[in-house]
Design a protein around this ligand. Structure first.
Ligand code: NAD
Length: 366
């Protein structure tokens, strides 16, 4: 079945497809198109293929051979070039990155390596691939680079980020993503590589590694453990359900204007405090524990340099490509809380595999 892809796209390379958003992209491609998906991932601490395996099992013979994992670290230029040659892609969605701000505070070098140097190696390999394609394939090839709204810095109480907002990254993570965005644009302007970019707000949903705010809160609340709230809890993010992000990515990848970036956000602005309380009150209904789960909330030291507010003006993508999020914050969050309640064994498995037990990181000690 081909619901959204031009027939000319047959081979799609996804980087970071063993991660949270990349996995959602791969699963969608397997379910709703008949392209062959090549998945470059180094299989780092946040990687897991259970979601993709489950989709492959559900679809059985329909997807025979349509997902090919290429375990490669983009930091290795020769392995990256070989993987690109093997994938021989018509379209590339580049999501591989170190993605957790707190980890970037403790260990910024890994972010420089994966997000900047890794992107550079991918660009070099893709440029070689693109230049060697026959004209007809060359004309329809494109790279979609997936970035974040964090490159724009921090907002006050008013205003929203848009495609014309100046870059002002303030964490090692956002600095590394901003640098990678600039490299991608430079390869477009200097070498003509056909690229599109998106800058998206915070995602949430199933299969997110349990170190980010929403799965951490759900798991702590279910375990009856203290729920950490950074600082005064008033930092605001524009939350987007991951499947809505996938809708946007596939639209931009196939119909976005070359050289252009698109801001993606769910108009789901919530303070961290509001998010945590929303999860707690949902769990009060689903898993009553005698007293409100919100009694478990404790204020902890704030993240160093914690950006105050992010918000997105999605006018370009909604006006030009007719994208709208399909899930309200309430619906997406309800589905996410239920999903984690049903997948506690997965959470335990990935935490054990990664050696991460839910402890606080990113406090700039030492
Ligand atoms: P994630 O951490 O869940 O997954 C990232 C994946 O990339 C992992 O499987 C990891 O192994 C892989 N990876 C990292 N470095 C690599 C390297 N050097 N070589 C090969 N593979 C490598 O991250 P995510 O939340 O799915 O984010 C995916 C992308 O979307 C990132 O580029 C991130 O900056 C961007 N983004 C994320 C959000 C969000 O809220 N999670 C919002 C906007 C943009």
């Amino acid at each position: 079945m081909r619901t959204m892809f031009p027939d000319s796209i047959q081979r799609v390379l996804v980087t970071g497809g063993a991660g949270f958003i990349g996995g959602a992209v791969v699963r969608r491609l397997l379910r709703e198109t008949d392209v062959v998906v090549f998945n470059i991932d180094k299989l780092g601490y946040a990687s897991d293929l259970s979601g993709i395996d489950q989709t492959l099992t559900d679809l059985r013979q329909e997807v025979q051979g349509r997902h090919q994992l290429l375990q490669v670290d983009l930091v290795d230029p020769a392995a990256t070039a070989a993987a690109v040659r093997q994938a021989d892609p018509d379209l590339v969605l580049h999501l591989a990155a170190e993605s957790h701000v707190d980890r970037s505070i403790d260990g910024p070098e890994a972010f420089l390596h994966s997000n900047v140097i890794g992107t550079f190696h991918l660009l070099q390999a893709l440029r070689q691939h693109w230049e060697s394609l026959p004209l007809e394939r060359q004309q329809r090839f494109r790279l979609h680079h997936i970035s974040t709204d964090e490159v724009f810095g921090s907002l006050g109480p008013n205003g929203r980020f848009s495609e014309t907002t100046s870059y002002d990254p303030r964490s090692p993570y956002s600095a590394s993503k901003a640098a990678s965005d600039h490299f991608v644009q430079a390869w477009h302007h200097t070498y003509g590589l056909p690229v599109v970019l998106t800058n998206c707000s915070n995602n949430y949903g199933p299969w997110q590694f349990p170190e980010k705010l929403i799965p951490v809160v759900i798991l702590k609340a279910l375990a009856g453990e203290p729920i950490p709230l950074y600082g005064d809890g008033c930092n605001v993010r524009d939350w987007l359900f991951v499947e809505d992000h996938v809708d946007a990515l596939l639209l931009v990848a196939t119909h976005g204007e070359l050289g252009r970036n698109y801001c993606v956000g769910g108009s789901g602005e919530r303070s961290n405090k509001e998010v945590v309380h929303a999860i707690c009150s949902q769990l009060d209904g689903l898993r009553p524990q005698g007293e409100p789960h919100s009694n478990l909330i404790v204020s902890v030291a704030d993240r160093p340099g914690h950006d105050r507010r992010y918000a997105i003006d999605p006018s370009r993508i909604s006006g030009e490509l007719n994208w709208q999020p399909r899930h309200s914050f309430e619906d997406g969050m309800a589905a996410t809380v239920c999903w984690y309640m049903d997948h506690l064994d997965w959470c335990e498995k990935v935490q054990q595999q990664s050696g991460y037990g839910g402890e606080r990181i990113g406090l700039r000690r030492g």
